[in-house]
Write a protein that binds this ligand. Structure first.
Ligand SMILES: Nc1nc2c(ncn2[C@@H]2O[C@H](COP(=O)(O)OP(=O)(O)OP(=O)(O)O)[C@@H](O)[C@H]2O)c(=O)[nH]1
Ligand SMILES: [Zn+2]
Length: 286
């Protein structure tokens, strides 16, 4: 039977069948070191042996999750205060790793009226933005629908509500299966193995121990590639007068024009410039 590996604990490999029955398997042969949550595997149901695994479409490096469909970036409107430049960096990290980002803004129960306008620039750049309150269950169903049938990985700054969200996912799963399942504990969180949690419908979401270190962007990004990771800038990468235009000071730069006439967000462009200069400085130092 084909299933999906959802977690590894000790010598056991937990595999979910298509209708989400869980099989606690041992493993055969030498593939032990080669498979990760998210991998599709072949198991012998009767003997509970994981026999083989299928080729994967991608592998997230930290934490190791296979076949990732999208990375959910969760920030909050308040507590911690929303910081656009930080979201830009999370987006950059996801984009440059080749994954699809989805922006989720939590704690809208604490937001001031009209807060949505602060996020227009992300929508204009082409991103989807979901506004939720985990506390008050606002728009969670809508978000679950968007995560359906996918392997999702959750990331975001500390305190944005990731654990609260995942506990909601677990609670929901408990209501459906009446299984006993412990809440994610704070503190032990960082030492836990990554695990795929079952969403209310058909999808999965990976909790992300050690993922907060993602917030620190260590720029392994090449200067020439940077503009490709800002979708609203990338759109015009081939339109400027000069090949490989940095969009900073060259004449005939379409991006600078679009910033001037407001088609590209000035703030996002400033973020681009800031990061460009950081990478450049680092290149000079080495
Ligand atoms: N007002 C409000 N508070 C929330 C909401 N969701 C979570 N919180 C609170 O925000 C605080 C931080 O939430 P966590 O779920 O621990 O945040 P986290 O992203 O897991 O943080 P780290 O584990 O440090 O990465 C907790 O006190 C939650 O109760 C929400 O929708 N509204
Ligand atoms: Zn340009």
């Amino acid at each position: 039977m084909k299933g999906i590996l959802i977690k590894l604990i000790g010598g056991f490999f937990f595999v979910a069948s298509p209708n989400k029955e869980i099989y606690q398997c041992r493993i055969r042969g030498k593939i032990r070191e080669k498979i990760y949550p998210g991998d599709y595997v072949e198991i012998d149901k009767e003997n509970k042996i994981l026999e083989d695994y299928y080729s994967r479409k991608n592998l997230l490096k930290r934490p190791k999750v296979a076949n990732v469909d999208q990375v959910v970036i969760m920030h909050s409107v308040k507590d911690p205060e929303f910081t656009p430049s930080l979201l830009d960096r999370f987006l950059l990290l996801v984009e440059s790793s080749g994954f699809e980002p989805l922006i989720v803004i939590n704690k809208i129960d604490q937001a001031d009226p009209g807060f949505e306008k602060d996020f227009e620039e992300y929508k204009e750049a082409g991103y989807e933005v979901y506004f939720i309150s985990v506390k008050e269950n606002t728009n969670l169903k809508k978000l679950f629908d968007r995560l359906n049938n996918k392997i999702n990985v959750l990331t975001g700054p500390s305190g944005s509500g990731k654990s609260s969200f995942l506990n909601k996912v677990i609670e929901d799963a408990d209501l459906r299966t009446a299984a006993v399942s412990k809440k994610l504990k704070k503190g032990v969180h960082t030492t836990r193995m990554v695990e795929l949690l079952s969403l209310p419908n058909q999808g999965w979401v990976a909790d992300t121990p050690g993922f907060s270190s993602m917030a620190k962007v260590d720029f392994e990004i090449e200067l020439d590639d940077l503009s490709w990771y800002f979708p609203e800038i990338a759109k015009y990468n081939n339109a400027c007068k000069f090949n490989g235009c940095s969009h900073l000071h060259e004449p005939g730069c379409v991006v600078q024009q679009k910033v001037e006439n407001g088609e590209i967000s000035k703030r996002r462009y400033e973020s681009y410039k800031q990061i460009y200069n950081e990478i450049k400085e680092k290149e000079i130092r080495y």
